[in-house]
Design a protein. Sequence first.
Length: 289
Amino acid sequence: MSPGTPAAAPADGAAGGGAGGEGGHDGLEVRLTWLGHSTVVLDVRTGARATRLVTDPLLRRHAGLLRRRGGIPADVWRGSDAVLLSHAHHDHAEPASLRMLGPVPVLTAPETARWLRGRGIEGRGLGDDEWFEVAPGVDVRLVPAVHGDRPMPHRPNAANGHLVRVRWGGRTCVVWALGDTEAYAAMRETAGLAGAPVDVALVPVGGWGPRLSGGHLGPREAAQVCSEAGARAAVPVHWGTLHAPGGRWLPPGWMDAAGLAFGVETAARAPGCRPVVLPVGGSWTVPVA
Ligand SMILES: [Zn+2]
Ligand SMILES: [Zn+2]
């Protein structure tokens, strides 16, 4: 099957490198590359410094029993300075992928961090209001996620999202990675936690089958959440990538449906939010005011 998916907003091609080159926008630039499902590489430039972050890295063809459509992702994740891990479900926490990233901090809930350290991975648990400085001007903290519908007996069941706050040269850029979550009232306070508006939300809109289980957002709920949190732009994730083995009986086109629907729902329900529907491997540079 082809991994290609129409883009509702222009993607700007292949990912750039995380090191070297000219800084733009007064030396602050945040460029993101969606590698499928919830894996997003954030290339942050602050002056001459390049910092790379990656969310929920799935870097191989399989994630447990789940299969990836298309080839393995491009290796633009190499050289990441930190990992942002939302929870330990198999479609987010894949120990083999985490080891491919080398000994970098994996920023997550304390319970999940302990589980990682027991597997030789550098889990770094963050407290409720703790900001972790990845590099000067580049800080990460956890935010809540409500995702308790599918508890696992052999892995921790904590769940969180992340805020990435980049401050440089008097400008600020905020990225909100929601992780897996249902809507909750305190989402309206996300910008308050960041101390600045959310420039882009990485928002889950689907799953790895045509039906969503509880504890997830569909395209409509995701658009509503982006509106309530005041996100200026949103990249849909958690769609279009993974499927169960087999699956020939599933309705044709289901893998592409959620991302495209998110673009439509956002136009209707979140007029202040720009949907940026990327193909797998597509990149976009966040406009910083
Ligand atoms: Zn999950
Ligand atoms: Zn998931």
